[in-house]
Design a protein around this ligand. Structure first.
Ligand code: AMP
Length: 401
């Protein structure tokens, strides 16, 4: 069975076609800068060949057409006909409280997604446009929505309610939702599989550290708390996002600058994080290079980033009354030994011991056990694969219907 995974953003559309018998991606690509003057499709297809199609992509319908043309292309296509695509799984960022798992898309589901657009106005409308464009091109192909927030629907009320008047939750739906759910779910399940243990018996802390970063406490296979909140701005320090701050800072900045609320939010979302502290970059490759060159603010940014993660690990160990496994994943979690070392340093009271030699000599793209011989807590590096989770969930839904 071939499942097409689609992740439609406001100006991009990413896809992967996954063959489910061996869970291998046959083709993948990204339509970039949709709606702008210069746009392109960058992809890999048959035999892993890379190619670029430079073409105006005025909207998501054209992006979907380009994607489908690439998938059936004579030279670099991987299927003969789009009928060889048995289902499409769409990433949808927000499910609010309406869905606690993935669902097959019908008109009612689309209507609920539209209703929830206000909770993620940059993402959900783009997700819906992507779904509609695919439905138009493949009207008879079943489609599923896989939500970033769904894995966190098991978080108990005392962890998701903010201490605002209760009406803010009831009327405006303000609460912690959490994001990166597909990634946290995938790596926690892979961790249990690797240890040959039932996930229902495990306490796992999953650290998804990428441009956006979040950390989740997974107890008995369920998310019980996560660092991102009502929006992906809460929690850890990120590439350009500030994470947790005193909300009174917002008024203070606005009074100092006369900025509008959207300018101020832009400051917190796009100019803060390790970029803001270091003044160097939001990209950890540049940041680490600057640290090795002796740049003090880059060093400080790295310290602030790691300290925040360590605080959350301590908090989540408390929340779960212990921890069996700590997982690192996503761009920084997988590729930055400096971050893993600094985060775990001084956590020996939890009984964990890092094999730091291996930490600095990891083979790319592989699950790696970084625990030292006496570690009571397993430390695992697990490459994430959100597309595969979306494909698996889509497959399960169409098999059960
Ligand atoms: P993601 O959002 O998961 O793609 O992660 C992006 C972050 O991962 C950026 O800060 C990158 O600098 C970092 N990253 C990705 N690949 C590497 C690498 N090979 N070495 C160091 N950092 C990396």
């Amino acid at each position: 069975m071939n499942i097409l995974v689609v992740n439609a953003g406001s100006s991009s559309l990413k896809y992967q076609l996954i063959e489910m018998n061996n869970e291998k991606a046959l083709a993948k690509g990204t339509c970039e800068r949709i709606g702008q003057l210069i746009s392109q499709l960058k992809a890999t297809g048959k035999d892993g060949k890379s190619f670029v199609v430079e073409k105006p992509i005025p909207d998501h319908n054209v992006a979907v057409q380009l994607m489908l043309e690439a998938l059936v292309h004579e030279e670099y296509g991987v299927v003969k006909d789009i009928n060889e695509i048995q289902a499409v799984g769409h990433r949808v960022v927000h499910s609010a409280e309406d869905f606690n798992s993935s669902v097959l898309i019908d008109d009612e589901v689309l209507e609920i997604c539209r209703k929830n657009s206000d909770l993620a106005p940059l993402h959900v409308p783009a997700n819906i446009i992507g779904i509609l464009a695919c439905k138009e091109a493949m009207p008879n192909t079943p489609m599923a929505a896989v939500f970033d927030t769904a894995f966190h629907s098991t978080i108990p009320p005392y962890a998701y309610i903010y201490a605002l008047p209760y009406q803010a939750y009831e009327e405006w739906r303000i609460r912690k939702y959490g994001f990166h759910g597909t990634s946290h779910k995938y790596v926690s399940q892979e961790a249990a599989k690797y240890l040959n243990k039932d996930i229902k018996d495990l306490k796992i802390i999953t650290c998804h550290l990428g441009n956006g970063s979040s950390i989740t406490a997974v107890k008995n296979g369920k998310s019980v708390d996560t660092s991102m909140g009502f929006t992906p701005l809460e929690g850890l320090v990120m590439g350009t996002r500030c994470g947790d701050i005193d909300p009174a800072v917002i008024e203070f900045i606005m009074e100092k600058t006369n900025w509008t609320i959207s300018q101020t939010m832009d400051y917190l979302n796009k100019k803060s994080g390790v970029l803001g502290i270091s003044g160097v970059s939001s990209d950890f490759r540049d940041l680490i290079k600057a640290v090795y060159e002796g740049n003090k603010r880059a060093e400080l940014a790295l310290d602030v980033f790691c300290y925040r993660i360590k605080k959350y690990i301590g908090a989540y160990a408390a929340v779960m009354n212990g921890v069996d496994i700590i997982v690192f994943t996503a761009g920084i979690g997988e590729h930055n030994p400096e971050v893993r070392e600094r985060v775990l340093k001084g956590l020996d009271y939890l009984g964990l011991e890092l094999n730091n030699e291996l930490n600095y000599n990891v083979e790319r793209g592989k699950l790696t056990d970084l625990s030292g011989p006496n570690s009571k807590v397993k430390i695992l590096l697990i490459p994430t694969n959100e597309e595969l989770v979306i494909a698996r969930e889509t497959q399960a839904l169409i098999k059960n219907n």
